[in-house]
Design a protein around this ligand. Structure first.
Ligand code: FES
Length: 105
């Protein structure tokens, strides 16, 4: 099992255990984390925007050009921004903490 921690906008910390292979967006939805994901993961909305905890970005697959383009629409975009629908959980991400941006769009 892999443990992923979501820090929600209200400061709530939600620890989620999962198997590899799901996306961060799917995991968030399964655990009632308040993330939209309006387009269902088809890289057309940026409402699955997450901030990745320092030190973890290098463990993620690099963002595609399409993801980078879509992130330009994300509110509160930072150097550690990624789209949750594009991150597939692997064993290497055990312990990863991500936070939800303060606000979407
Ligand atoms: Fe729309 Fe990720 S859910 S881009």
């Amino acid at each position: 099992m892999v443990k992923i921690v979501f820090l929600e906008r209200d400061g709530n910390r939600k620890e989620c255990d999962t198997a590899s292979g799901v996306t961060m967006l799917e995991l968030a939805h399964e655990n009632d984390v308040d993330i939209e994901g309006v387009c269902g993961g088809s890289l057309a909305c940026a409402t699955c925007h997450l901030h990745i905890e320092e030190g973890w970005l290098g463990k993620l697959e690099a963002a595609s050009e399409e993801e980078l383009d879509m992130m330009e629409l994300a509110y509160d975009r930072r150097e550690n921004s990624r789209l949750g629908c594009q991150i597939v959980v692997t064993e290497a991400l055990d312990g990863l903490t991500v936070s939800l941006p303060k606000k979407e769009f």
